[in-house]
Design a binder for this molecule. Structure first.
Ligand SMILES: NC(=O)c1ccc[n+]([C@@H]2O[C@H](COP(=O)([O-])OP(=O)(O)OC[C@H]3O[C@@H](n4cnc5c(N)ncnc54)[C@H](OP(=O)(O)O)[C@@H]3O)[C@@H](O)[C@H]2O)c1
Length: 325
């Protein structure tokens, strides 16, 4: 993790270019995006909110004046907007605050990006689809089933309303280099894998998912930004996804196998759990538009990528030696 928010003083940043502003750099995807740009010779400026200090700039994106000041001060050429509330169950209960971030803050950023002439990339989700007729192309009609999906779709619409040249990148469930194991819905399964006691442990085996490594999404974001700078006709909606279709149960078994742990306590649950936000049963994304423009990356294989991300959370030193080289 880079230990700074940008390289050099503010004055130096303004002359070094090209500059990218990444929102949500304290989160799972923003962290990977920030690092990808930083390692590729961009001047990356990262913002977070509650976890921002001391590594990143702190900016409450729901504060319109603060957003305006931020863009005026740092004058980014590209903005990658990763910050969002992305927990579907939480959003059903705390709708107003989450919509404020996912919709209104997106609207402000897109408006200000257009004023500054910055390219804008908005990260969206496969949850804009209802999951009844996969795979979904970029032009297929969205029909979100929950508050989260509706707010992200609204964010897409606000983006294109204010910034017609913007790029929208939809991705499915993410995992990656997490700071704590429950930071992603995928790595959180590690807790269940390790519960190999007499107690059995049920895991969803209904919803088909395509776990995607945030580092691969970050590479796609950078490639998209570099292409957009050369060719502003590259705009609109793109999809990117891992290729392996798995339920949560199958992901947990794959983790157990990767670490040579028992999986007999993991029980597939074939009914959707009651009381949680409705989710699409299979919102597989067709990614042909990225592929046709040669902007995609080969997604990492799940077993290898998840081992890489989980090894810091295992007490077994053998894995540290095996994986970390
Ligand atoms: N994670 C997934 O499985 C998944 C799947 C599909 C799409 N996506 C999309 O991918 C994007 C990134 O998701 P993620 O998983 O990286 O999210 P995350 O880990 O939950 O991070 C959310 C980020 O938003 C920031 N934030 C929250 N409230 C803010 C505010 N008021 N002002 C400024 N920043 C604020 C957080 O900052 P602090 O923590 O510092 O407060 C954090 O950096 C989102 O657009 C999400 O919809 C995610």
């Amino acid at each position: 993790m880079p230990g700074f928010q940008f390289s050099g003083s503010r004055e130096e940043v303004l002359v070094q270019g090209p500059r990218v502003l990444v929102t949500g750099t304290t989160g799972l995807l923003g962290r990977a995006v920030f690092r990808e740009f930083h390692n590729s010779g961009w001047v990356a400026i990262g913002t977070g909110y509650r976890r921002a200090r001391p590594r990143f700039l702190q900016c409450d994106l729901t504060d319109e004046d603060a957003v305006r000041r931020l863009l005026h001060e740092y004058k980014p050429e590209v903005i990658v907007h990763c910050a969002a509330e992305r927990r579907p169950d939480f959003m059903e209960r705390h709708t107003e605050a989450a919509v404020n971030l996912n919709v209104h803050a997106t609207s402000t950023l897109a408006k200000e990006a257009a004023v500054c002439g910055a390219s804008f990339i908005y990260i969206s989700t496969d949850y804009v689809f209802d999951g009844r007729n996969p795979p979904y192309g970029e032009n297929d009609s969205p029909n979100p089933l929950n508050v989260y999906g509706r707010s992200k779709l609204e964010g897409e619409r606000e983006t294109l309303r204010h910034c017609p040249g913007a790029v929208i990148l939809r991705v499915p469930v993410l995992f990656g280099e997490v700071e704590f194991v429950t930071e992603s819905a995928v790595t959180a399964l590690w807790l269940k894998v390790q519960e190999a006691t007499e107690e059995s442990c049920t895991l969803d085996h209904c919803q088909q998912r395509f776990p995607t490594d945030a580092r691969d999404v970050a590479s796609v974001c950078r490639k998209l930004c570099e292409r957009v700078r050369q060719d502003p006709s590259v705009r609109g909606i793109f999809h990117f996804s891992g290729k392996e279709q798995m339920t949560k149960y199958e992901m947990a078994v794959a983790m157990a196998q990767a670490f040579k742990l028992p999986s007999h306590h993991l029980i597939p649950l074939t009914e959707q759990p009651m009381g949680s936000a409705p989710r699409p049963i299979n919102s597989q994304l067709n990614c042909s538009r990225l592929e046709m423009l040669n902007l995609s990356v080969d997604p990492r294989a799940f077993a290898a990528a998840i081992t890489d991300c989980l090894w810091p959370f295992t007490a077994d030193k053998r894995w540290r030696q095996t994986v970390f080289h």
